[in-house]
Design a binder for this molecule. Structure first.
Ligand code: PMP
Length: 396
């Protein structure tokens, strides 16, 4: 059987990581992979996470199975982190299941949508994070795109997006990145989100909010604002939550899926369906990361330490954005780089061609994703100027 299988070329980003590791130039710079980095280029364990993990290891007496929906303190804490102080009805309408990272949540949502029999198509922003395609296709969904952002003008394509959304067939599934859009860094403003929600409500479209960077854009509450607005007015929604970036738990595979139904009486159905989807593939989500997060949510001091660390990461990213925009402006007084400062989260698209990206890698040992996405958190005080000098001549 196995001889019928063919080797699959490496994922675009992982392939670049391998090339970067094999590059022996002392000047090499990596802006590809989407992990937060400090000014030394490290991705350290957050202090609140390390302390919570230490306590967990000291006190944990068993590794026996937990209930299928996951760790109670984690699920409750995530519900509060995402929905904020909503009224009790929203809370009682919302099922929460712990999942293996944001990817696990996206996949469970896609499988559940298939089970509803409402449709077989999902709408993704153009451009979007590459793995949305893989996750949605694996669940048997057909992919469609809606216009979102133009890398050449560095702007959201608001009119084209709204026009396209208003033609989506009712009951389709749409993935909306709630904040710090990957790969563009460009998010709709509150007024545009209102228009998007108007269309979704009118046309009875089912939103799947992807929340992978809460806290790293404008703040924990601000970054979930569209989800809270949707909770107030829409009958149903999914929210796929990732703790990879804001808790730095990447490899611990920590996330959750929130499923808001029309009525509190639906919650049991949603919980048992989600648990049943999980049971049919990975059975239940790993608990180490969720127990660490629950330990942080449940201890006011650790919670405050974590909030401070998230604020510090966000502040560093924003500082790097401002410095990078200034360094580019120093090279090219003919261009406006304010879009880099006003975009949010870890990514921006420089708007270069694939050939230009390849040349930067081959000649200058500067690595970015081939669509010219850079990880802003990969910039460092000492590398901003050389990077600006290398890319500015190519920008428009
Ligand atoms: N959505 C987006 C937009 C992402 O960028 C990521 C992480 N790169 C995820 C979801 C999920 O990440 P994870 O499964 O590692 O939590």
């Amino acid at each position: 059987a196995f001889d019928k299988l063919k080797e699959i070329p490496p994922d675009a980003i992982l392939g670049l990581m391998t090339a970067y590791q094999a590059d022996h130039s002392p000047d090499k710079i990596d802006l590809t992979v989407g992990v937060y980095k400090d000014n030394q280029g490290n991705t350290p364990v957050m202090r609140a996470v390390a302390e919570s993990e230490r306590r967990l290891i000291e006190t944990q007496a068993s590794k026996a199975y937990l209930p299928p929906l996951g760790v109670a303190g984690f699920r409750e804490g995530i519900r509060r982190m995402v929905l904020g102080p909503v009224d009790g009805t929203v809370e009682s309408r919302t099922a929460v299941i712990q999942t293996p990272g944001g990817c696990g949540a996206l996949r469970v949502a896609a499988d559940m949508y298939r089970r509803t029999g409402s449709g077989d198509t999902v709408y993704l922003s153009n451009p979007t994070w590459g793995n949305h395609r893989g996750l949605m296709t694996a669940a048997g969904l057909a992919l469609e795109e809606y216009p979102y952002y133009s890398p050449s003008t560095h702007q959201l394509e608001v009119d084209q997006m709204l026009d396209s959304l208003s033609r989506i067939p009712p009951q389709s599934l749409i993935v909306l990145q709630a904040s710090s859009h990957n790969p563009t860094g460009e998010d709709p403003d509150a007024a545009t989100w209102e228009q998007v929600l108007d269309i979704i409500e009118e046309r009875d479209i089912l939103p799947l909010f992807d929340l992978a960077y809460q806290g790293l854009g404008d703040g924990l509450d601000q970054d979930a604002a569209v989800i809270r607005a949707a909770a107030e007015r829409l009958p149903e929604m999914f929210v796929a939550v990732s703790c990879s970036k804001n808790f730095g738990l990447y490899r611990e595979r920590t996330g959750a899926l929130l499923i808001m139904g029309k009525d509190p009486s639906h919650r049991k159905v949603l919980e048992t369906q989600a648990a049943n989807v999980a049971r049919g593939s990975y059975s239940m989500s790993p608990a180490h990361g969720p127990l660490i997060v629950a330990g942080i949510f449940e201890d006011p001091k650790l919670h405050q330490l974590w909030l401070d660390e998230v604020n510090e990461m966000r502040g560093r990213i924003q500082g790097l954005r401002n410095k990078f925009a200034q360094a580019l402006a120093n090279e090219r007084s003919d261009l406006d780089f304010s879009w880099i400062s006003h975009q949010r989260g870890m990514f921006s698209l420089l708007g270069l061609t694939q050939n230009e990206v390849d040349t930067l890698r081959e000649d200058q040992h500067l690595y970015m994703v081939r669509d010219s996405r850079i990880n802003i958190a990969g910039l460092q005080g000492a590398t901003i100027e050389p990077i600006a000098k290398a890319v500015a001549p190519l920008m428009s």
